[in-house]
Design a protein around this ligand. Structure first.
Ligand SMILES: [Fe+2]
Length: 232
């Protein structure tokens, strides 16, 4: 046995009932604090015009469903949900002139933009409960073939949460309307994901994700209060 429990000095249940209640209360408070922190980060993304509530909610929903379908262990699900929502938090550290530049970025601007996973990791890792979500954030621009950044990780070296986030974020971005362009039809977005399966994306995640798109897309839009025709 790894844990050595102290000897019970007094009679009665151990730990005492009051202690169990207090622990439960503290756990609930901690969980509520975590949720508030995530909501706060999401508000920051909104303020910086990097996200919309609907986009975040949809990504959280996609992330959970894909992770469950892939059989990711329960302890990891919440971290994937969190990373799905806040993975671009580091863009707050990128100047607006670069973030909102309508034209092509210069090499220097691109280099600065590509720092956002590290910036995000630097913030999230300060919260002990977000350690794993911070790693998923750090690696969400890695590519399955090793051509991504910042670590040039390959295949299963890339954490599963990051491999999921990159697929769902790309899909949601493709089908979403933007002020400067119309979102792609779902079938075209699926075709583009398949085209990059094995290079940018994990084929196992793509296979699982496409199955979910085919069977659960309307349910996901309903759960997040949007419709496929008005993605954003
Ligand atoms: Fe990103």
């Amino acid at each position: 046995m790894l844990l050595q429990f102290p000897k019970q000095i007094h009679g009665g249940p151990f730990p005492p009932k009051e202690t169990s209640m207090r622990v439960k209360e503290l756990e609930e408070q901690l969980s509520s604090t975590h949720t508030s922190v995530i909501c706060g980060f999401n508000q920051l993304l909104d303020l910086k015009d990097l996200n919309t509530g609907v986009h975040s909610t949809r990504l959280a929903e996609w992330g959970m469903r894909v992770a469950q379908e892939l059989g990711v262990d329960d302890g990891c699900l919440r971290d994937i949900e969190i990373a799905a929502v806040v993975h671009d938090i580091g863009k707050i550290g990128v100047p607006d002139a670069i973030l909102k530049k309508p034209g092509k970025l210069t090499d220097d601007e691109r280099a600065l933009m590509n720092k956002h996973p590290e910036y995000g990791w630097g913030v999230l890792r300060l919260f002990p409960a977000l350690e794993r979500a911070s790693l998923f954030t750090l690696h969400h621009h890695e590519s399955f073939d090793g051509a991504g950044y910042p670590g040039k990780l390959k295949a299963t070296e890339i954490p599963i949460g990051s491999r999921i986030v990159t697929v769902i974020d790309s899909f949601d971005a493709m089908i979403s309307n933007r002020p400067y362009r119309q979102g792609l039809p779902v079938e075209e977005a699926k075709r583009r994901l398949v085209q990059c399966s094995g290079t940018q994306f994990d084929p196992a995640v793509i296979q699982c994700f496409l199955k979910i798109v085919d069977t659960e897309l309307p349910a996901i839009y309903e759960a997040t209060g949007t419709s496929a025709s008005v993605a954003l």
